[in-house]
Design a protein around this ligand. Structure first.
Ligand code: GDP
Length: 526
């Protein structure tokens, strides 16, 4: 007999909801003090350095202020934030927009404001560096008003706190204001339903295998839980906070580092609770299988479409075949940065060169990477990573190009250069000058020389010349003889007469025009 399915419980039903701490991110222009602010807040937190281990970077931390918890995402930089957003992960409630009082609004400040608005975050403005020379708080407030986020003391609704992240001034006020804002938002979550959340960042920890920092969204994460995150599963072996303290459980809005994964989960991806490890493992295998099936179906579809090609498609296909492709293997220090880098690389636009990522990974560049790159004809791109022993010489031996940098923009520039290097040099012709044949001198044995008047520019020995007759080119080659009277010369300018001979041609006629060009190879652009 058919079993009656129990009605699905709504985990977000208001009956189950309990208050939860706010999740805060810090955004703003480079050098306006985001990192300093994150460090100062973390240090001023009384719980930090308490029983437990060493403070560690897990991508987020939680503090207690006036007996209330606040979680901070501590990967400043917009790349991480926009990656999360792209994945549909919206884990932050409040964005602290840092604006340096001595520098005011900058392009990235505006970008940050846009991000925060799109993510529906409440905004608290931290006017930083009030201790600095040239600090002008009023100017920042004026700009806030212009951008539609007028501060409260100017009759607006946006909370602005004047701070010095460096000196620790008014940090308590800022935290007070964050809590006030959180209270207004009435943040709640269900702590008792099956756990789910978002991976913030992930990496391989030496001797401990894959680890991932996650933010719990709903439910409570416990040691022993079975989780599924895409094609990766986890039996939670340990939970640690940013102070290195091990936890038994993590309620909603708690950032925690999780060990026990089958592989490195993608940052920005959602994980969910599974009945047990076996079920999680099976679900992960199913997800992998499904992806393979999807890929195969997509390939088949593409092939089928190719069969019904139109002439335009055919031309496009031929063009594509001629299109060069730079293959790369991407390595970086953290999973989140690999993803951010790959996204930035994919954004490189070129009609002439494709970029194909044939491998990616976290950790230093190893011999294995070089071998893989050599087989696939790829370059290795390293962001913020070192080379393992012996990698340099192996790369040299296999002629594998390694591009490394710790600044993402520089790295991207270098990858663009690698792409441009694949292109054949472009030949550019520049007209140097023109002559008109006034007289033809025969030298005997069928050889002759053209007696010319240079009518424009400059004629050079060795340069390319085109003999033009009635508008058509009758011969093109290099000028192998150039004389002024009896003397060989290198060049002759407009207004002077000369005798010249174009290699392989003797049938000059009076009235022919000889144009002279330089041919240059220029570095192609993408
Ligand atoms: P980020 O790029 O936004 O993360 O900025 P950083 O935190 O790295 O800070 C950039 C520079 O500004 C560093 O040299 C900091 O020491 C300095 N800085 C940060 N906060 C303050 C502040 O409140 N006052 C002053 N005078 N300098 C600051």
């Amino acid at each position: 007999q058919a079993k009656k399915k129990p009605a699905k419980v709504d985990d977000d039903d208001p009956r189950f909801l309990k208050p939860r701490p706010p999740v805060v991110c810090i955004l703003g222009h480079v050098d306006h003090g985001k990192t300093t602010l994150l460090d100062t807040i973390r240090q001023s937190n009384s719980a930090a350095g308490e029983a437990g281990g060493i403070t560690q970077h897990i991508g987020a931390y939680q503090i207690v202020h006036n007996g209330q918890k606040i979680s901070f995402i501590d990967t400043p930089g917009h790349a991480a934030f926009s990656l999360m957003r792209e994945r549909g992960a919206n884990i932050t409630d409040i964005a602290v927009l840092v604006v340096a009082a001595d520098d005011a609004f900058k392009p990235q400040t505006e970008e940050a404001l846009k991000f925060a608005n799109e993510a529906n975050n409440a905004i608290v403005v931290a006017i930083n560096k009030i201790d600095a020379k040239g600090a002008n708080v009023d100017r920042v407030k004026q700009q806030m008003q212009e951008k539609g986020i007028a501060p409260e003391d100017w009759g607006g609704e946006t909370i602005a706190v004047e701070v010095s992240a460096l000196k620790g001034t008014n940090i308590e006020d800022l935290l007070d204001m964050i809590l006030l804002q959180a209270e207004v938002l009435e943040l709640q979550a269900n702590p008792t339903c099956p756990v789910s959340g978002i991976v913030i960042e992930s990496q391989v920890q030496v001797g401990r295998g894959p680890s991932a920092s996650v933010m719990v969204e709903r439910g409570t994460l416990k040691v022993g839980d079975a989780l599924l995150c895409g094609e990766v599963y986890c039996k939670v072996k340990s939970l640690t906070d940013a102070n290195g303290k091990s936890l038994k459980s993590a309620p909603p809005a708690t950032p925690v580092n999780v060990i026990g994964w089958s592989d490195i989960p993608d940052s920005g991806k959602r994980f969910s609770h599974q009945k047990n490890e076996k079920a999680a493992k099976r679900a992960a295998a199913d997800a992998l299988q499904q992806r393979k099936l999807d890929a195969a179906a997509a390939k088949e579809e593409a092939q089928r479409n190719q069969g019904a090609a139109t002439v335009e498609d055919l031309f496009a296909a031929i063009e594509n075949q001629q299109k060069k492709c730079l293959k790369i293997i991407v390595k970086s220090d953290m999973h989140g940065s690999t993803e951010a880098l790959i996204n930035a690389l994919k954004a490189i636009e070129s009609d002439k060169v494709d970029l194909e990522i044939i491998g990616k990974g976290v950790g230093m560049i190893t011999k294995n990477d070089i071998t893989l790159a050599s087989t696939g004809g790829a370059a290795v791109i390293g962001f913020n990573v070192r080379l393992d022993n012996g990698v340099q010489s192996l790369a040299k031996h296999h002629e594998v190009r390694i591009v490394q940098h710790s600044i993402i923009y520089e790295l991207i520039d270098q990858v663009e250069e690698c792409m441009a290097d694949l292109l054949d040099a472009e030949i550019v012709e520049k007209k140097l000058g023109a002559t008109e044949i006034r007289q033809v001198f025969s030298l005997g044995k069928g050889r002759s020389v053209a007696g010319c008047m240079v009518t424009e520019g400059l004629i050079k020995r060795g340069a390319t010349a085109r003999v033009m007759r009635a508008g058509t080119c009758v011969h093109e080659s290099k000028i192998d003889t150039l004389k002024r009277f009896k003397d060989d010369v290198k060049e002759v300018r407009a207004g002077y007469e000369c005798g010249l001979h174009v290699a392989g041609f003797d049938a000059y006629e009076e009235g022919d025009l000889i144009d002279c060009f330089s041919v240059e190879e220029v570095r192609p652009t993408l």
